[in-house]
Design a protein around this ligand. Structure first.
Ligand code: ADP
Ligand code: MG
Ligand code: MG
Length: 905
């Protein structure tokens, strides 16, 4: 064989290492690292990894393996045999192996693993003789039959059974029946005879359902299992998971063949999973669960309630169970020492799997652990303080989405106090969420499609539920622990989730759940507190609490050390400005003058604006503007004051004026009266303002061109507010921004007005100099192309990427609903260009604008104020093209601080 396809690990050495994930998959690479790295050399059962290249080959060559692979696999089996002093398929002293999948990125529960491969009617007696434990052998055999018939014979065999008719379900039913007959609850309560009997019934059932005998040759089993793992890469669930997680189909999976160690050999044996720190909140505590006399998946499958590994891992459900720390103190100490070594070596929080075989500890897996946003940030900050990582590493480790999670609402504590929870579970995904309960993934998807907020309630989730989980606001399960499927997935997504709420009883058929004596139907509102694990009836009020998070504040400081871009915010009120400052905004990138005419308390100002709009003569208009002036000045002054010491970009009135003309008869009459005109005349004037295409009509700078007095009033308000604040010794930096320009002559025209008003204000206040800038929005393609000219007048540019995208694409933002979904689905566009900057086209216009603008004016200040200013990918682009700042909504400021730091790294 020319190419190396197989990588051995065991006996203190390994051919692979942690950096070879692409080739060995995450599991294989980390097994090699744990087994072979000189800092670790942990007790890992020997085995080897078949590389992902074999998977690629397998799919490219009609499910054939590369030439010589079989022989090489058999050679490495011999190598394992030598280390284990057992032989695969030997009748006296048989070796058993596991065949484990492992892609580059972990895909929890999506891929398949088969344990106990090599058990046959011929090897069973030998293993019984060796282990002196007949029960253990038949327990292993019934597990092999279940896993193998499900994964290899059914799934990889391409059989698609009807719902609930899958072979695994059918075998489980047989086991349930036997348990019922014997009147026991747990699998561990079944004795040798039960298990023996079970194996016979299992094999019969397999034959009846799948029309094939259960394979009784160890090598048939081995190759069947290897092929099935490769096939599982293209299984339905794995494919749909890859779509959601954006994992390329070409990656393929590796296969790990590893000698078995047994956690099911009795009460001195166990299997468990642990996190080196708490993945739910980031606390620096060893955190995990284990099950005595169990194998593999038992811990996560929720077959029995797993016990906590130590005190801090205790919860309502497992607090009465004996912890590993108490029950097997020495093993716990050993495991704890590995925890420390692993964290030091990987410099990260790890998720580990271990098995204890008759008092001996084995490590079966480790990987960088999934964590939710709050935990990611706390760990990153803690690890910097522990000197485990640098601040830069901390910044690179947290995703903008994880920061976003912390900014998610929590239940208003006041409301929470008044509404006692009606059930408790484990806090598996942070924050609060409300929704209507549904009981199946399909319903979840459908209801969400109708725009409904829903909570998916399940006994437990499994990989088939992922799309429904995705669609839900929150997930609630009646069973399962912190390492259950629901918890794992929710943590990965940062979704609100409560698991193992034992009081809940679900009736899937009736679509109801019962808590205590109360029955709840599908569609009823509930609220979850995923940080505490509480379930509340009804829809509780949500609030934001991110500013109270100390770790977040520290983390964002790390970000500030690394970034070059300044972060501003789009804010129109002192309250918004204040909130944004709290989140670290360094100025306002967009303050819209017209905002004062909307919302609470705007009645009087709006009335005066309307009066101005329907004025017929200059005199009428100037009179109305004079009345409006004090309101405008006060409004601008409030925000300037709040942003003392920071620049504030004030955009002159932008929307077409007729938007403000009232439609209600009552308001119209009132206005007409104040103008001394009759209603008929009023209507005439209002109709004259009508436009066919107002978005491209008489708006923005065009208003200032036809009605210079509108510009005058606004500029005077800005500069007088500034002068008054200067008298109070408050330093402010207004930047006057002229919108919707496409031609430098527009700027020249308005520039003259601004200059004149400036001189008047200067005189009036007897001030030598007022600091202010004049600039423009670049939101029309022509403005970007003629930026060299525009910059002769404009001292700053702010890219209005909403309109620039709209006009650059010729897509009306308000009407894209009709076609954009098709564009995305068919891949005509990779993304919604209104969410993330289209770098190919619109981005090109921006680059041209910056380049040409700076050619004319070297120190031209450039920023962005479109909604893209809060999108991490767009922020990266803004950094690369050399902008000075991005401006986004107050809530996105923390995300922008991180994105800007990551862009600079
Ligand atoms: P997954 O990727 O779904 O976690 P794994 O390959 O890790 O699947 O295997 C599933 C379970 O079987 C895990 O609990 C793992 O620890 C256990 N397991 C895998 N290989 C062995 C082995 N050689 N001996 C004992 N247990 C094993
Ligand atoms: Mg695993
Ligand atoms: Mg605009």
């Amino acid at each position: 064989m020319i190419k190396k396809y197989l990588y051995f690990f065991g006996g203190g050495r390994a051919e692979g290492n942690e950096s070879m994930k692409n080739l060995l998959g995450g599991k294989g690479a980390n097994l090699a690292e744990m087994a072979g790295h000189k800092n670790l050399r942990l007790p890992v059962p020997p085995g080897f990894t078949i590389s992902t290249e074999v998977c690629t080959y397998f799919y490219a060559n009609k499910n054939q393996y590369p030439k010589g692979l079989r022989d090489d696999v058999h050679k490495l089996i011999k190598k394992i045999e030598a280390l284990m002093k057992r032989k695969f398929g030997d009748v006296e002293n048989p070796l058993l192996v596991s065949v484990r999948s492992g892609a580059r990125k972990s895909m929890p529960g999506m891929m398949e693993t088969i344990l106990n491969v090599g058990l046959t009617t011929k090897t069973i007696p030998g293993l019984i003789e060796q282990s002196k434990n007949e029960r253990f052998v038949y327990d292993s055999y019934r597990r092999l039959i279940t896993m193998y018939s499900d994964v290899v014979m059914e799934k990889a065999g391409g059989i698609e059974p009807d719902e609930n008719m899958g072979i695994r379900k059918q075998l489980d039913k047989i086991m349930d029946k036997i348990k019922a007959e014997r009147n026991v609850k747990n699998d561990t309560d079944l004795n040798v005879d039960d298990l023996k009997n079970l194996c016979v019934l299992f094999k019969k059932k397999v034959k009846a359902v799948l029309k094939k005998d259960f394979p009784d040759d160890p090598f048939d089993q081995l190759w069947g299992a290897i092929g099935a793992v490769f096939s599982s890469w293209n299984g339905k669930r794995a494919v749909s998971y890859r779509r959601i997680e954006n994992i390329p189909d070409e990656w393929g999976t590796a296969v790990n063949v590893q000698s078995m160690v047994f956690g099911n050999m009795g009460d001195d044996s166990a299997t468990g999973v642990a996190f080196t720190r708490n993945p739910g909140n980031g606390d620096n505590h060893f955190y995990g669960e284990y099950l005595v006399n169990a194998q593999g998946e038992d811990v996560v499958a929720g077959i029995r309630t797993p016990a906590p590994i130590n005190e801090v891992s205790k919860n309502d459900h497992n607090q009465k169970l004996v912890s590993l720390e108490k029950g097997m103190a020495k093993i716990y100490q050993e495991l704890f020492s590995y925890r420390k070594r692993l964290e030091k070596h990987y410099r990260d929080m790890l998720d580990i799997e271990f098995t204890i075989e008759k008092g001996r500890l084995f490590m079966l897996q480790c990987r960088v652990g999934k964590r939710n946003g709050p935990a990611a940030i706390k760990m990153a900050v803690d690890m910097v303080e522990e000197k485990l990582i640098t601040a830069k590493m901390a910044v690179s480790r947290v995703t903008p989405a994880q920061v976003d999670e912390l900014l998610h609402p929590i239940i208003d504590p006041k409301d929470e106090k008044l509404n006692r929870p009606i059930a408790h579970g484990l806090p598996a995904g942070p924050g609060g969420a409300s929704g209507m309960i549904v009981f199946s993934a399909i319903d979840a998807v459908n209801w969400a499609k109708d725009g409904k907020k829903i909570i998916l309630v399940r006994e437990e989730t499994n990989p088939e539920d992922v799309e429904g989980m995705r669609a839900a606001q929150a997930i609630l399960t009646a069973r399962g622990g912190m390492t259950s499927h629901a918890a794992l997935v929710a943590r990965g997504w940062g979704k609100c989730c409560v698991v193992g709420a034992g009081e809940i009883q679900i009736d899937y058929a009736k679509k109801t759940m019962t808590i205590g004596n109360e029955i709840f139907k599908e569609g009823e509102w509930f609220t979850l507190n995923g940080t505490k694990g509480n379930v509340h009836k009804g829809s509780l009020k949500m609030i934001d609490a991110s500013s109270e998070n100390k770790s977040l504040m520290k983390f964002l400081k790390f970000c500030d050390e690394s970034r070059r871009l300044k972060i501003r915010t789009n804010a129109d009120t002192p309250e918004d400005a204040k909130r944004a400052r709290m989140y670290g905004a360094e100025g306002i990138g967009l303050f819209r003058v017209e905002h004062m005419f909307y919302g609470k308390g705007s009645d009087k100002a709006l009335f005066l604006l309307r009066k101005m709009i329907v004025s017929k003569t200059v005199e009428e208009r100037i009179k109305a503007l004079k009345e409006l002036f004090p309101y405008m000045k006060a409004d601008i002054k409030g925000t300037l004051r709040e942003m003392k010491g920071y620049p504030v970009t004030i955009r002159l009135i932008d929307p077409p004026l007729h938007e403000f003309v009232p439609r209600e008869e009552e308001k119209r009459r009132e206005l007409a009266k104040s103008l001394n005109i009759d209603l008929k005349e009023f209507k005439k004037r209002a109709n004259q303002l009508h436009e066919n295409n107002p978005m491209m009509g008489h708006r923005g700078v065009r208003l200032g061109i036809t009605y210079p007095e509108i510009t005058e009033t606004q500029v005077r308000a800005i500069l007088e507010a500034t002068a008054e604040l200067m008298r109070e010794n408050i330093k402010v930096e207004p930047e006057i921004m002229i919108p919707v320009t496409c031609n430098v002559k527009e700027l020249e025209d308005q520039g003259i007005i601004i200059k004149r008003i400036y001189e008047e204000v200067q005189k009036k206040f007897k001030i030598k100099k007022i600091n202010y800038l004049v600039g423009t929005m670049i939101e029309i393609p022509r403005a970007a192309l003629t930026a060299g000219e525009m910059a002769k007048i404009a001292e700053f540019f702010s890219f209005g990427t909403n309109d620039l995208t709209q006009m650059g694409f010729g897509f009306s933002r308000d009407d894209i609903g009709g076609f954009l979904p098709d564009y995305l689905e068919r891949g005509i566009l990779p993304d919604d260009p209104f969410q993330t900057i289209d770098q190919e086209g619109i981005g090109e216009l921006m680059k041209i604008g910056i380049e040409r603008g700076r050619k004319t004016r070297k120190n031209l200040k450039v920023g962005i104020c479109g909604e893209h200013g809060g999108d991490p990918r767009s922020i990266d682009f803004c950094h690369k093209v050399g902008m000075n700042y991005v401006s986004c909504s107050p809530f996105r400021v923390p995300i922008a601080r991180l994105a800007a730091a990551q862009a600079a790294m």
